[in-house]
Design a protein around this ligand. Sequence first.
Ligand SMILES: C[S@@+](CC[C@H](N)C(=O)[O-])C[C@H]1O[C@@H](n2cnc3c(N)ncnc32)[C@H](O)[C@@H]1O
Length: 278
Amino acid sequence: MTIKDTIRKYTYDLKFVTHIPAKEVEILMMYLLEKNTIWLHLNYNKEFEKQKELEKLVKKRATNYPMEYIIKKASFYGEVFIVQEGVLIPRPETELLIDNALEIIKSIKDKKETINIIEIGTGSGIISVMLALLIENIKIIAVDINEKALDLAKKNAIKHGVEEKIEFRLSDLYENVDESNIDLTISNPPYIADDYELPTNVKFEPSNALFGGSLGDELLKEIIDQTNERNIEYLLCEMGYDQKKPLSAYLEKFDINSFSFYQDYEKFDRGFTIQFKK
Ligand SMILES: C[S@@+](CC[C@H](N)C(=O)[O-])C[C@H]1O[C@@H](n2cnc3c(N)ncnc32)[C@H](O)[C@@H]1O
């Protein structure tokens, strides 16, 4: 069967899990053939010789299993990262954390040569690796409780040539971090309420990367407390769309210079920046 006919044949099977079924069949074919879109389109009438392998992948994808786990990669902030089951898949809205971090770092850089950052819950390492790629003089300690995530994050740092700038460390929040020269903590922690019913595709991702407690914001509050206790000036976090009100109320007890919330591409509240008084 030709490439073109194979795409037609399998498109129907993916109709119920994606709004771009034909495109997804093409992505799976490109993955199997190790070819790009241009090659595929120029060779539409060629015989496709990996029918059995494709059928297996289409069946897996039809269960809502994430495409990124199948093809083992995902794009983030214009770069390609390795992903694997057991570690959260990067989300586009997390790119806003990078934009906001760059703003803060610009203001710190006027006063300091090297910026020291902690990332809590590094997952696949996307945030730390991107910051290391974008900022010349930066030192990052990236922590996670998931060893599988730390291994993957290291691989991504090596892939992008920034492994010298990031130290990956097993740590529950700041537990194994006693450095005192930190300028900024950045985090996209788990922030979903424990009883929230996840969509089927998200159920394939690790629950300790998603659930943040019975209300969802418990870990965020813990990060705020501990960052304040450690005298770190800036904290930048992603949060749930419904957490602006409870977190604003929570912040009232702190001695804060300034804080602001930001929205994501769909205009949902998505994160905050705090500058504590030093
Ligand atoms: C929402 S994921 C974010 C992953 C990655 N930073 C990203 O933005 O794609 C949260 C990460 O926090 C980690 N995590 C959960 N609880 C933690 C804790 N108490 N201390 C450190 N990391 C934690 C999880 O293992 C997971 O990798």
